[in-house]
Design a binder for this molecule. Structure first.
Ligand SMILES: Cc1cc2nc3c(=O)[nH]c(=O)nc-3n(C[C@H](O)[C@H](O)[C@H](O)COP(=O)(O)O)c2cc1C
Length: 175
């Protein structure tokens, strides 16, 4: 199987991590993958906040109801933010950067998971974006679309089954 396809088969959303810390070299590779992402009109509006502080990670778990608890045992998290004043494709650019980081984490043998902020609500019923913006001091003109939680694997996740993919979703020439 092609190397990239194999990586994609093995990529899973991992929400349980061991206590072993992610190294600075690994974080460097992940943010490098983010910075290599394509960008609409080459505007490159995305910036990245790497959070390693345990107390801050614990506070960030409250950005969503229930589904951000993995930050409690993550070694670090990377928040993708994007300057709306620079580009009109901040949502697309942020999503691509998230995916590049998610795949790079997989290729480094780490577990990671997307935590959605845009259009979501925090435990104290704030907009999740606003919750994170206030916590991390992010200026208002930045979209805060998502967080990638990252940690070492506690156990190998089950890969996807390439034979169960629904190729009926692929249309030939016309719908
Ligand atoms: C846009 C988007 C938002 C997501 N938000 C969350 C989230 O807030 N919390 C979470 O635990 N997983 C989140 N996920 C992960 C999905 O639940 C996961 O990708 C899906 O269940 C498929 O599993 P897999 O990633 O292991 O293939 C999100 C994924 C995407 C693409």
């Amino acid at each position: 199987m092609n190397d990239l396809l194999e990586l994609m088969v093995n990529r899973r959303s991992v929400r349980k991590y061991s206590s072993e810390p992610v190294t600075e070299d690994q974080i460097k590779d992940i943010v490098t993958a983010a910075l290599l992402s394509p960008s609409g009109h080459s505007k490159y509006p995305c910036e990245f906040i790497v959070v390693r502080d345990r107390r801050m990670l614990d506070q960030m778990t409250h950005c969503r109801v229930g589904v951000a608890k993995m930050l409690n045992n993550a070694s670090c998290a990377i928040v993708v933010i994007a300057d709306r004043d620079k580009s009109d494709t901040v949502i697309e650019d942020s999503a691509i950067a998230m995916m590049n980081m998610h795949l790079m984490a997989t290729s480094l043998g780490l577990g990671s998971c997307w935590i959605q902020l845009r259009l979501r609500t925090s435990e104290d019923w704030k907009d999740s974006e606003i919750f994170i913006r206030e916590l991390l001091n992010i200026p208002e003109n930045y979209l805060c679309q998502a967080i990638l939680s990252i940690g070492n694997l506690e156990r190998m996740p089950k890969p996807h089954d390439i034979n169960s993919l629904d190729y009926r979703k692929i249309h030939d020439e016309k719908f």
